[in-house]
Write a protein that binds this ligand. Structure first.
Ligand code: GLN
Ligand code: ZN
Length: 757
């Protein structure tokens, strides 16, 4: 190392945030039993306090110098911020009028989950992660004011337990730019208009934190990694000049993540009175160039996010030390941190007992990442030591020469289907569903028992076959045209395949919060991917053997497999997607060989992975489309390829839908009045489109007339010969009763519209 440690202040270590669910998902259990009424508010609060203390203790034990607080949340930190500043729609009572603790909590959870008479806040993805936040609804009559004390209370609680912490807040710019205008706000009004009032409320909070003894506060401004955020440098300047000029305040760390913020924003922050700036130096590589472009941060402390907060790989420590060497020349004071909050990774690798040792050696979860930042801080301050030598990651490579050779041998024709193809069916307005049928409690119980080894495979398979029989018989009786097997064998649309593909591992305990009490366990895609054996053929062909109608085979597409997994970073994502595409191509071929004429490759997450910045989007769409086409282009012109996507807001992606070149694409459309079809119609789209004709996210049964109206609207935008009728997503979360009735109404509506064509 080239630096002279003695001549500089020590390099400190921190993390931006930590998982809140607890090592055993304690928060999930505690909140769910509170919702059910089995436990009291006091019991829930007690669990939460224990969890917070556990986090501080874990970070301290890992050797992290500066501990964050207020990273805990009962549901979501954006919701916490809205409640803190009284930014709650009028259909909920104001938290300012809250009564006892139980009432406060009920109101809080009502905002997140809804109650009789008040629909919850909308939930959406937190940038390009799989975490979801609640979208604040603001209007010109909203009056931001500080009505809560969560950050102060958690700071004090930590202090009393012996931990000096740095409270973390959602920054005002990010908060307002993520909020939406309430339905009653005038056309064209935007939440950002509340900025000055909100800054007054933040000023009050900073004063309170200072009075409570906080010496530093972290304000998270990830919005700066997006195009909209980058375009808001003027506002950024206003915010941090204002907050920075307060006389009674702790020192401020403005923290950014999920991408670089650009030199313009960096210069604004450097020239502002804020004491520290956090940069994500993992997600894209422009951070160092931006720092150089502003001639370094000078006396503003750089909080360097060098340990990946979103992925599960160990940090390449020697490379990080080398990068820190560069960074030392660009700021007088340095703290090593994670690239973002560790909220997005599982808590503890030590909780995994069955990972292959070579893979395990390459992994780090939150606790291990905390140790990495601590180690980096120490090495930079004191020089390399034995522990550092021992911690050098031996990143093994999990390559498979056969996979690489096969990919290399593919010519351009592997991605192309013939232009002329047979009509998918001889029906106008073919009716179908998206794949899954309701997963009954019996089915879930059987799967759990089978997993625990308490139900023999033969009996479990028998239960699955009986379920398929029932789903097929039901669809025939309802009169659907293209049937599905119902996906009863799948625990999850990604995990099911990850468990069967080479190059993928699954964890036992690697839970990550998706929203509220819902946690997911993303598989880990660590090596070259291939498919040793057919994954779905047995179930699909069994279903096909029970009916004369066509049964649609069901697969999860490459982009979605990547989006809902932790993915290797040693090669471009597009290359990994191509490997998954090739494995799926083998499955598609086997389904076709087994006589299956309709094959659906779901790309539920195609839009999710869309880069935050426009300039990176085309390159993404290119590889995304490429991998889908590799998976699906091996079939005959008479085989129908379907795809499905779970959103309707797709203006950024409509070109992508065309480029996939599927014969039939089903999308969500019920809630957006068939906008999708209109957009495709305008572009002269000539393949099949199945706009979801009813919303499956609610148990409400749509009437025949309602569905009929949607179909007629769709038929006004596009040639009815290309139109399909289907619900807007899979039915696995619904009950049988409403599902049956809704599908009957859909079939009847299609029949009526067809009769008039
Ligand atoms: N085929 C899947 C299902 O029906 C698709 C799910 C999804 O789009 N999220 O469940
Ligand atoms: Zn869907």
């Amino acid at each position: 190392m080239s630096t002279n440690p003695a001549a500089r202040p020590p390099v400190r270590s921190t993390v931006h945030g930590y998982p809140r669910i607890g090592p055993d998902r304690e928060l999930k259990r505690a909140s769910e039993s509170y919702w059910k009424g089995t436990t009291t508010a006091a019991e829930l609060d007690a669990v939460a306090a224990e969890l917070r203390k556990g986090v501080y203790a874990q970070l301290r034990e890992a050797g992290v110098d500066d501990l964050p607080s207020n990273t805990f949340s009962y549901y979501d930190h954006v919701l916490d911020t809205a409640v803190l500043f009284d930014l709650v729609p009028s259909r909920f009572t104001s938290p300012a009028q809250a009564g006892d603790r139980d009432e406060q909590l009920r109101r809080y959870f009502a905002l997140a989950r809804g109650v009789q008479g008040a629909t919850p806040l909308e939930m959406t993805k937190w940038f390009d992660t799989n975490y979801h936040y609640l979208v604040p609804e603001l209007s010109p009559s909203t009056r931001p004011r500080l009505v809560g004390d969560k950050p102060v209370a958690e700071f004090r609680e930590a202090a009393e337990a012996g931990f000096q912490t740095r409270p973390v807040l959602v920054g005002p710019l990010t908060f307002l730019m993520l909020a939406k205008a309430a339905d009653d706000a005038p056309e064209g009004w935007e939440p950002i208009e509340l900025l000055d009032q909100l800054l007054d409320a933040y000023a009050k909070l900073l004063g309170d934190l200072k009075a409570a003894g906080a010496t530093e506060v972290q304000l998270d401004e990830p919005i700066l990694a997006t195009d909209e955020g980058r375009a808001a440098v003027g506002r950024l300047e206003r915010v941090y000049q204002r907050l920075g000029s307060l006389t009674e305040r702790p020192s401020l760390l403005v923290s950014t993540y999920f991408g670089s913020i650009g030199a313009a924003a960096l210069r604004v922050l450097k020239d502002s009175p804020v004491e520290a700036v956090g940069l994500d130096l993992v997600t894209d590589s422009e951070g160092v160039a931006d720092l150089a472009a502003v001639s370094g941060l000078g006396s503003t402390r750089l909080v360097a996010g060098l340990v990946d907060g979103r992925n599960v790989w160990r940090t390449d420590l020697p490379a990080a030390v080398a990068e820190l060497g560069t960074l030392l020349a660009l700021s007088d004071e340095l703290t090593v941190s994670t690239s973002c909050s560790l909220l997005h990774v599982p808590i503890d690798l030590d909780a995994e007992t069955s990972l292959a040792p070579e893979l395990r050696g390459a992994l780090a979860f939150a606790k291990q990442k905390a140790k990495e930042v601590a180690l980096l801080g120490r090495v930079l301050t004191e020089g390399e030591d034995a522990e550092f030598d021992a911690a050098r990651a031996q990143n093994p490579s999990f390559t498979d020469a056969r996979v690489r050779a096969r990919l290399d041998a593919l010519g351009p024709d592997a991605y192309e289907r013939p232009e002329e193809r047979g009509a998918p069916t001889d029906i106008t307005l073919t009716t179908t569903t998206i794949g899954s049928f309701p997963q009954t409690p019996e089915l879930r119980r059987a799967r759990a028992a089978h997993r625990r080894g308490e139900l023999p495979t033969e009996e479990y398979d028998q239960i699955l076959r009986a379920e398929i029989d029932r789903v097929i018989a039901l669809q025939e009786e309802i009169g659907l045209d293209v049937l599905v097997h119902g996906e009863p064998e799948r625990n999850d649309m990604v995990q099911y395949f990850a468990e069967q593909l080479e190059g993928y591992a699954t964890t036992e305990n690697g839970w990550v919060q998706s929203y509220g009490s819902r946690c997911v366990r993303p598989p880990i895609l660590f090596g070259d991917v291939s498919r040793p054996e057919p994954m779905t053929v047995e179930w699909i062909t069994y279903a096909q053997s029970r009916t004369d109608k066509p049964v649609k085979g069901m697969l999860t597409g490459p982009v979605t497999m990547l989006a809902w997994s932790f993915v290797r970073t040693d090669q471009p994502l597009g290359e990994t997607a191509r490997q998954v595409g090739l494995a799926l191509r083998d499955e598609v071929a086997d389904l076709e060989k087994a006589g299956i004429r309709h094959i659906q490759v779901d790309e539920a997450a195609l839009r999710e992975l869309l880069p935050l910045r426009g300039e990176q989007r085309q390159a993404y769409l290119d590889w995304a489309v490429n991998s889908f086409r590799l998976a699906t282009s091996g079939v005959a012109a008479t085989t129908t390829i379907h795809t499905h996507m779970c959103y309707s807001e797709f203006n950024q992606i409509v070109g992508g839908i065309e480029a996939l070149d599927a014969d039939v694409t089903s999308v969500e459309a019920a809630r957006s009045r068939m906008e999708v079809v209109e957009a495709l119609g305008r572009r002269g789209y000539k393949r099949g489109i199945g706009p979801g004709v009813y919303d499956i996210h609610s148990p409400r049964v749509p009437s025949v007339e309602e569905i009929e109206a949607s179909l007629r609207l769709a038929a006004s935008h596009i040639d009815a010969g290309n139109l399909w009728a289907n619900p807007d997503c899979g039915l696995k979360t619904r009950g049988y009763e409403e599902t049956e009735q809704a599908l009957r109404n859909m079939v009847e509506a299609a029949r009526r519209v067809r009769a008039d064509l």
